[in-house]
Design a protein around this ligand. Structure first.
Ligand SMILES: [Zn+2]
Ligand SMILES: [Zn+2]
Length: 293
């Protein structure tokens, strides 16, 4: 009887190892669960800020050939933003070069389509995945005559676009501003929205949201200042338009305006710290109350 038991056990072990071998050889059996990365802007604020659920940040940078962001901007982004305001210590980047989609301008729906076609990294275990696309085309919403150009936008909890072509064009307007300066300001401001600022997934400790520009700060000199989004008083007309909602209902949390960023960076440069436009005390207080550093 004991012998039969032994053979039965041995047989089970053989079956088990055969099964596990099979699944190793066939990764298709486990489909990628993308739902955690398809939520609204700001929904993952606490997961990005704290280490409670995720202690690693994996950032996929998909850039159109010739439009890779500078190493300087990426280093600024990590050292003077991500590590300053979150508890994440393990932050890694994966770069993928892509061919141009050959579009003259991009709508939000086209941007989301490019993401679903090209994005390869999603949350797994304790790793939170972020997707940033560096485009060779401007936003469809740009009105260059009025000086309204979009540098970047966020449209989901872990998705961002940077209009790198527009970033470089803008940086070219001033001898004192580099591509890295504009890239850094764009990455940091848009990522501030993924942190849930202002009142976009991270609650306000004290009221400081701009009364006219939702999800932006009313404190002078803050990276999340409202006028950065719309380019000052002349840009406020955009507030009443429905341009920021796409045909399929995707909502851009923010469209960062070019001229106001240029002005802000010129002010910073005269102070000698172009790369580090800081968050103000109110925004930092909100982040700390939601698990941030
Ligand atoms: Zn914004
Ligand atoms: Zn602020």
């Amino acid at each position: 009887m004991r012998k039969i038991g032994f053979y039965f056990l041995a047989w089970c072990l053989i079956i088990l190892s055969a099964c596990s071998k099979n699944s190793d050889n066939d990764p298709q059996t486990v489909p990628i669960d993308k739902t955690a990365n398809l939520q609204g802007t700001g929904d993952s604020a606490n997961d990005i800020l704290s280490n409670d659920n995720f202690d690693k940040l994996l950032i996929e940078i998909d850039y159109v050939q010739g439009f890779r962001p500078t190493d300087e901007a990426m280093a600024n982004f990590v050292d003077f933003f991500l590590k300053l305001y979150t508890f994440k210590e393990d932050i890694q980047f994966v770069y993928d070069e892509l061919p141009s989609p050959n579009e003259e301008e991009l709508t939000l729906d086209e941007i989301a389509e490019l993401e679903s076609k090209n994005r390869t990294l999603y949350n797994t275990g304790s790793t939170l995945a972020i997707y940033i696309y560096f485009a060779d085309a401007p936003s469809e919403d740009d009105e260059e005559d009025e000086g309204l150009v979009t540098l970047g936008a966020v449209y989901r909890n872990t998705s961002m676009i940077v209009h790198e072509a527009t970033v470089r064009q803008l940086a070219g307007k001033s001898p004192f501003i580099t591509n890295a300066d504009v890239e850094t300001a764009t990455l940091n401001h848009e990522f501030g929205h993924l942190f849930g600022l202002v009142d976009l997934g991270t609650a306000q400790v004290n009221q400081h949201e701009d009364t006219e520009a939702v999800n932006h700060c009313n404190v002078d000199g803050c990276l999340m200042r409202a006028e950065l989004q719309f380019g000052g008083p002349s840009g406020k007309s955009q507030l009443t338009s429905s341009k920021n909602v796409s045909a399929s209902g995707l909502k851009a949390g923010c469209s960062l305006s070019g001229n106001s960023v240029l002005q802000m960076l010129q002010k910073q440069t005269s102070k000698g710290a172009a790369a580090a436009v800081p968050l103000d005390a109110e925004c930092i207080l909100d982040l700390q109350a939601n698990g941030g550093r």
